[in-house]
Design a protein around this ligand. Structure first.
Ligand SMILES: Cc1cc2nc3c(=O)[nH]c(=O)nc-3n(C[C@H](O)[C@H](O)[C@H](O)COP(=O)(O)O)c2cc1C
Length: 450
């Protein structure tokens, strides 16, 4: 057996380091002798740029040449993959998510239906089991639920034969070893109990719905309700300017918010890397707005690494003295079903709690590939119509400091075309992109790491 640990532990995080040591001890107890740990806090990794070159240009390889190449080869060769992280808003933090986002080269682009929803086909015959070991400073059952659901969704995505998840905290370190043993012994098969879409739809609506009754504005004791609300929109897509659905959605939202009397400033997630000083200025600008809207794609069932990083900084700079403010999200995903976004919405809600925002709700958009980045949303028709209607309903409410109305969420999750048709068109799209890149159709399924 070979086990790979992707670890976020570092000397700055003694609890996580202690947990990493405990994990290695417990692995040794099971007889594991072949353990390789990647300490991601000290490894410089590029972030996924979302351009899918690893599927349609250099199938099976990410174009960024760094240690991630070694990591994916090790995962490909391993029997077990363990993700060890400090739970961040219920999911992974930037350090680990950066590595995760770049694992999609282990999958093939083509769509298939598994565990009630669309997923990508596997690229390789052998896949490692997936285990997610999360640490929290204190018990938090809501974040623990998100962590476990995220682990299973990710295991379904990756086609892991079995998966396990464990959440431990500093209030009971003596329980750590047992929790790890139980996680490693798990025989759970990802998606085994997911054969019906209805519970996923219910979980989606629960996560997307605002926490306040509709029509009720955010408490404005410290805010003059007559002044125009200041809105910060953050585009969480890692794609270059002018090529993302998120940028297009953000623009369309900004226009509608301005029509509702709001003052809007737009940010992009790349502002938060490279220069720490500039990143903190941007984070503070967002933290001081009356409304913060994150418009982002879904990456690996959660927020992309770059968006996670931005949220980490905003949460860091917001303090209890800040005036009441709202947080809302628009998340689009590549599979046709908006249910794919349920875990990311829970992550967004945890962020709102952590950073002291009122959760104003989320708009989950399935089939984001139907939104062309090349033309303004308002010039698009067909599958864009329900998206425009959703924004038309959401923006005026948000501009009045009210939460997103239920009708806007209903519009956004409306299905503009049958899922099977979307999958067929998506698969043809991958083939066309390969053709344009002079990649043979056969090579789309290449297995370079075998
Ligand atoms: C690294 C990566 C991971 C992704 N993971 C998922 C996923 O788990 N589920 C899904 O439906 N789409 C997933 N997608 C697809 C994107 O959400 C989709 O392409 C989206 O429309 C991109 O939005 P953008 O143009 O705003 O960046 C992923 C894309 C990338 C690049």
């Amino acid at each position: 057996m070979a086990t790979i640990i992707l670890s976020a532990a570092s000397p700055q995080h003694p609890s996580l380091q202690a947990l990493a040591a405990c994990l290695v001890t417990e692995l040794a107890r099971t007889g594991e002798t072949d353990i390789q740990t990647f300490d991601l806090a000290t490894i410089k990794l590029a972030y996924c740029q979302g351009e899918f070159d690893c599927w349609v240009k250099t199938p099976g390889y990410c174009r960024s040449l760094d240690t991630e190449q070694v990591i994916v080869q090790a995962i490909h060769d391993a029997d077990n993959l363990i993700l060890l992280d400090a739970i961040t808003f219920g999911g992974h933090g930037y350090t680990l998510k950066r590595a995760m986002d770049r694992m999609i080269c282990l999958l093939a682009p083509f769509f298939e239906k598994r565990a009630a929803l669309t997923h990508h086909r596997g690229r390789y015959d052998h896949v490692a089991n997936l285990f997610a070991l999360g640490w929290l400073p204190a018990p938090d059952s809501s974040q623990a639920r998100t962590w476990r659901e995220f682990a299973e969704a990710n295991a379904i995505n990756m086609l892991a034969p079995r998966f396990g998840a464990a959440v431990v905290d500093d209030t009971d370190q003596e329980a750590w070893a047992d929790a790890i043993r139980e996680m490693l012994a798990s025989e759970d098969v990802p998606g085994a109990t997911l054969d019906d879409r209805a519970p996923l739809r219910a979980a989606l609506i629960e996560a997307a719905s605002p926490e306040r009754p509709e029509g009720q504005a955010v408490p404005t004791a410290a805010v003059d309700a007559r002044t125009a609300p200041r809105v910060a929109i953050l585009n969480g897509s890692a794609k270059v300017k002018g090529t993302s659905a998120s940028e297009n959605l953000a623009r369309a939202l900004a226009v509608r918010l301005e029509q509702g009397g709001a003052l809007v400033e737009q940010h992009v997630a790349t502002e938060f890397i490279h220069d720490r000083g500039k990143a903190l200025v941007a984070a503070r600008a967002i933290a001081e707005a009356d409304l913060f809207v994150l418009v982002t794609p879904l990456y690996v069932d959660a927020l992309p690494a770059l968006a996670t990083h931005a949220l980490e900084l905003v949460a860091q700079v917001r303090n209890p003295d800040f005036p009441p403010a709202q947080f809302a999200v628009i998340i689009n995903c590549g599979f046709p079903e908006p249910e794919q976004i349920r875990t990311a919405l829970r992550i967004a809600r945890h962020f709102a709690v952590r950073a002291g925002y009122a959760w104003a709700g989320g708009l989950p958009l399935g089939g984001g590939g139907s939104i062309s980045p090349e033309r303004p949303l308002d010039e698009q028709h067909g599958p864009a119509e329900h998206v425009k209607r959703a924004l038309d309903l959401a923006a005026p409410a948000l501009a009045r400091r009210e939460p997103i109305p239920a009708e806007a969420i209903e519009e956004m999750i409306a299905r503009p075309m049958p899922d099977g048709l979307y999958r067929l068109m998506g698969d043809l799209g991958w083939r066309y992109q390969a053709y344009r890149n002079h990649v043979s159709q056969r090579d789309l399924k290449a297995k370079p790491l075998d």
